[in-house]
Design a protein. Structure first.
Lengths: 279, 312
């Protein structure tokens, strides 16, 4: 519908939109260009542009925050949880939606119960449990914690997808002598790919951005993932003011999700809407 | 004839048995790892937290059953009430502001054909994909006293705050937490509301336009009432988040200065995992209290909203 009377009101609305846009653009650009200055330049005049781009800050951040090993930890934690979690969620959704077996109803209702559990009161018993299982300070332990479990949102999303596939597809594959597992891998997975990709993107965002889990469970500095590492880098800054390096570190930390967002912008917007519908 | 009949049924039976076995194995692999993980890491800790709230335990010592005494001291703990008061301030401001800002932005992005709208649709969601640590550090750069962006901008328009640390002063610290909390949530609701607005039939607006209704009237009289079910869900999610969330405070202020940004989740967290305290029993009692509050918030939000649900 195009009823665009260009008036003073329009100018006001455009300014409101622009102001909100600036609250996002300004801090991001500010950190980016400050990360390319020297500390002397930065403290002499905060707002001046860098005279010469000091890419060396990025090298300094990489070395002094041990971002090499941190990124490896992050890659292992995020990568393994993502692959294991997405596979298990997909096969789980298939079994719960398309197969009839004993206890299915009971399992569904137990899963639905999770909607009423806020989780915050479970933080302490969960920590004690992880300790008793000797899974503290272990990236693998954290991977198991984060990939084994039920998520109503992801089950609904994938389940909805799978329910819309015609039953004949599986039946004919079955007639041809394919096993359940083969049917799942060769027919269900390819046809549900759009849903699986959405689940994987949201799992990635959740895992990469997870702060509290790694903060609680990984106290050993050698095991730190990017979020916890940057937290400690910022804490140290109170004693030593090498801010340009911190800016470079923050920029590095936000790159992976920014790139993912640029690539999958449409899918992320769609998935975000689905999340609200479940209510 | 009869014998061939029996062989056929036994053959069929063994085939059934085979596929039955296969199905059991498949279900074993497909369902049980997730379900057992859920029981172990989620349901079990939730149930056990009730017991934890009734004991005196620092995680190492022998757990001592103390009945309701954790709850008794909790209700007498001024820090609990102070933290809850801060939560109250946040819950009265953040959900309303987040939803209103999102509604207005979404309405403008959908109904105004400005050139820049396409870019904004992508841009506005960016805070939602940034990690908590990135958001909090960005805002600590904004609020810093010596080099911060905010003081710099204020200076340009003629307000010299000198070296004022927004997060370091009792009088502003809690209020200074509102912008990052709102900023990081708006993008998601803009997307959600935009999609909901797209599904409103244009004919509804056309009639209003003919009668000369302005954009503001259309937004408040048509769009918002029609969106009320989804707005209610939004308010519920944000409200629950306000009571549960404490990562921003943990990173930005750790509850300080002198407790002025302490919230109930953070108080519970520092009781259990803080550098000085490992009081698992007491922290769990706070957790149980929080659980009750969250259920109450859910019920209240349902009650308030359900009156005005419209169909079109």
């Amino acid at each position: 519908m195009k009823v665009n009377e260009r008036t003073i009101g329009d100018l006001l609305w455009r300014i409101i939109l622009l102001l909100w846009a600036l609250t996002i653009i300004v801090p991001l650009l500010w950190v980016l260009y400050e990360s390319l200055k020297t500390n002397q330049e930065f403290f002499a005049d905060v707002w001046a542009l860098p005279r010469k781009w000091a890419w060396v800050n990025y090298k300094k951040a990489w070395v002094s925050y041990e971002l090499g090993s941190t990124m490896l930890n992050t890659l292992y934690y995020v990568g393994a949880s993502l692959v294991l979690g997405t596979f298990l969620t997909t096969i789980n959704a298939y079994a719960l939606v398309r197969l009839q077996f004993k206890g299915r109803q009971l399992i569904w209702s137990m899963i639905m119960l999770s909607l009423f559990l806020p989780g915050i009161n479970a933080l302490i018993p969960q920590y004690v449990l992880m300790r008793d299982l000797h899974m503290l300070n272990s990236l693998t332990g954290l991977i198991l914690l984060d990939s084994l479990g039920e998520s109503v949102f992801f089950l609904m999303l994938l389940g909805g997808f799978m329910q819309s596939l015609p039953k004949e597809l599986e039946e004919s594959a079955f007639m041809d002598g394919a096993s359940l597992f083969q049917t799942f891998m060769r027919i269900i997975v390819p046809l549900s790919t759009p849903g699986i990709v959405t689940v994987a993107i949201f799992k990635f965002l959740g895992l990469y951005n997870n702060f509290l889990g790694p903060f609680i469970y990984l106290s050993d500095a050698k095991k730190h993932t990017i979020g916890v590492k940057m937290y400690h880098a910022n804490q140290i800054m109170q004693y030593k003011s090498d801010l340009v390096t911190l800016f470079a570190g923050v920029t590095i930390a936000m790159l992976p999700t920014l790139i993912l967002y640029i690539v999958f912008q449409k899918k992320i917007a769609e998935g975000a809407t689905l999340g609200a519908v479940k209510g | 004839m009869a014998s061939s009949e029996t062989t056929r049924t036994t053959h069929k039976g063994s085939l059934m048995k085979k596929s039955d076995m296969q199905k059991r194995l498949f279900v074993l692999i497909a369902v049980w790892p997730c379900f057992i993980g859920y029981l172990l890491f989620n349901l079990y800790p939730n149930i056990v937290s009730v017991y934890y709230s009734l004991i005196d335990w620092n995680g190492i010592s022998e757990a001592k059953f103390v009945g309701l005494s954790n709850f008794v001291s909790m209700f007498q703990d001024v820090f609990v009430w102070r933290a809850l008061y801060h939560n109250l301030i946040l819950i009265l401001t953040i959900p309303v502001l987040t939803v209103y800002i999102s509604l207005i932005l979404a309405y403008l992005l959908i109904n105004k054909g400005y050139l820049e709208v396409k870019l904004y649709r992508i841009l506005f969601f960016i805070p939602n994909i940034l990690a908590v640590i990135v958001i909090t550090l960005l805002w600590s750069f904004i609020y810093d006293g010596s080099y911060g962006i905010l003081n710099g901008l204020l200076k340009i328009i003629g307000i010299d705050m000198k070296e004022y640390y927004w997060l370091g002063d009792r009088s502003t610290a809690l209020w200074a937490l509102l912008p990052p909390l709102i900023w990081s949530g708006v993008g998601l609701y803009v997307v959600i509301f935009m999609n909901a607005m797209k599904s409103i039939p244009p004919s509804l607006y056309e009639a209003a336009v003919l009668e000369g209704a302005s954009h503001t009237t259309r937004l408040f009289k048509i769009t918002i009432p029609l969106l009320s079910p989804i707005i209610r869900v939004g308010v519920l999610f944000i409200s629950l988040g306000v009571f549960k969330g404490f990562e921003f405070m943990l990173i930005l202020t750790n509850g300080g200065p002198s407790g002025s940004t302490d919230v109930i989740g953070l108080y519970m967290f520092s009781m259990a995992f803080g550098s000085t305290s490992h009081n698992y029993g007491y922290a769990s009692a706070i957790g149980m209290f929080l659980f009750v509050i969250l259920i109450a918030v859910k019920l209240i939000t349902d009650r308030i909203g359900s009156k005005e649900s419209l169909e079109y």
